[in-house]
Design a protein around this ligand. Structure first.
Ligand code: HEC
Ligand code: HEC
Length: 98
C-alpha cells in the first residue's frame, strides 16, 4: 500500500516538473512568434528616420535623448506595451509609459 502511495507522489512530482519546466521563449523581434513579439500596426508606413531599420534599432535612444524627437511622436504609431516594452524589458531598459 505504501509503495503505491509513494509511486503516485513520484508521478505527481514528475507531472508538476513537466508542467512548470521553463519553455524556450523567442527574443523580441518584429512579427516574431511568442509572447515577446514586437508588433507595429501593419497599415502604417515607417517614417523616413527609421531607415535603415537596424541603425534605428540601435540609435533611437540617442535621437530621443538628444530631443530631436519626443516620445509622444513615437506613440502616434506605436503601442508602448507591444511595440516598445517587450524589447525594453528584455534588454533591461526603462519601460515606456505613456
Ligand atoms: C508614422 C508611424 C511611426 C512613427 C511616428 C514611429 N514609428 Fe517606429 N515603426 C513604425 C513602423 C511601421 C515600423 C516597422 C518598420 C518595418 O518593419 O520596416 C517601426 C519600427 C520601429 C522599431 C523597430 C522594431 C523592431 O523590432 O524592428 C523601433 C525600435 C521603433 N520603430 C521605434 C520608434 C521610436 C523610438 C519612435 C519615435 C521617435 C518611432 N518609432 C516613431 C512606425 C512609426
Ligand atoms: C528591438 C528592441 C527595441 C524596441 C522595439 C524599442 N527599443 Fe527603445 N531601446 C532599445 C535599446 C537596446 C535601448 C538602449 C540603447 C542604448 O542605451 O544605447 C533603448 C533605449 C531607449 C530610450 C532611452 C532610454 C534611456 O534610459 O536612455 C528611449 C527613450 C527609447 N528606447 C524609446 C523607445 C520607444 C518610444 C519605443 C517604441 C516606439 C522603443 N524604444 C522600442 C531597444 C528597443
Amino acid at each position: 500500500m505504501r509503495k503505491v502511495a509513494l509511486s503516485l507522489v513520484a508521478v505527481g512530482i514528475l507531472l508538476l516538473v513537466a508542467a512548470w519546466y521553463p519553455h524556450y521563449v523567442e527574443k523580441p523581434v518584429k512579427d516574431g512568434k511568442g509572447p515577446l513579439s514586437v508588433y507595429v500596426d501593419p497599415s502604417l508606413s515607417a517614417p523616413e528616420y527609421h531607415s535603415p531599420l537596424d541603425w534605428w534599432e540601435l540609435h533611437h535612444a540617442d535621437i530621443l535623448n538628444r530631443g530631436d524627437l519626443t516620445q509622444s511622436d513615437c506613440l502616434q504609431c506605436h503601442d508602448p506595451e507591444r511595440s516598445c516594452n517587450h524589447c525594453h524589458r528584455y534588454v533591461g531598459v526603462a519601460e515606456i509609459t505613456p
